[in-house]
Design a protein around this ligand. Structure first.
Ligand code: FES
Length: 146
């Protein structure tokens, strides 16, 4: 168990600033574990979004030391020891609060796209077409559209 300084952005669409939290880490901790520990111990109002904690959903996306990364997949031991870990909301999307960004654009985009089969030209090969019925449904690659 070691001590680490987490420099976490706190704020809303009108602005904010980084706040330092000194907390402990355990072997195998990922950034999300440490953020949740901060929430449990000192900052219960710290907003942070996550769902799967398995690198599948993307909801924990944040900027960690200036790079966009998943908080649930970034191990503490991958970062420089002895330096503060800087965690900020992802810049691509507008901030809602603290580490939570409004990613609704990302989920709405598939509904605005024309499914690929409709864009097909005469003579195109359909063997490698994707099925694009609904963005939340699993896509199957390499399945012919029947
Ligand atoms: S919580 Fe789902 S990707 Fe991190």
């Amino acid at each position: 168990m070691g001590e680490v300084t987490m420099r976490v952005w706190r704020g809303d669409p009108d602005g904010g600033e980084f706040t330092d939290y000194v907390t402990t880490t355990c072997e195998g901790d990922v950034i999300l574990d440490v953020i949740r520990r901060i929430q449990a111990e000192v900052a219960p109002d710290l907003a942070c979004r996550w769902n799967c904690k398995a690198g599948k959903c993307g909801s924990c996306l944040a900027e960690i030391n200036g790079l966009s990364r998943l908080m649930c997949m970034t191990r503490m031991n991958q970062l420089l020891e002895g330096k503060p870990v800087v965690v900020a909301p992802i810049r691509t999307f507008p901030v809602i609060r603290d580490l939570v960004a409004d990613v609704s654009f990302h989920y709405a985009t598939p509904f605005t796209r024309t499914p690929w089969p409709n864009c097909q030209r005469e003579g195109d090969d359909t063997r490698f077409a994707t099925t694009t019925r609904h963005p939340n449904k699993r896509r199957s690659w390499g399945t012919p559209n029947l």
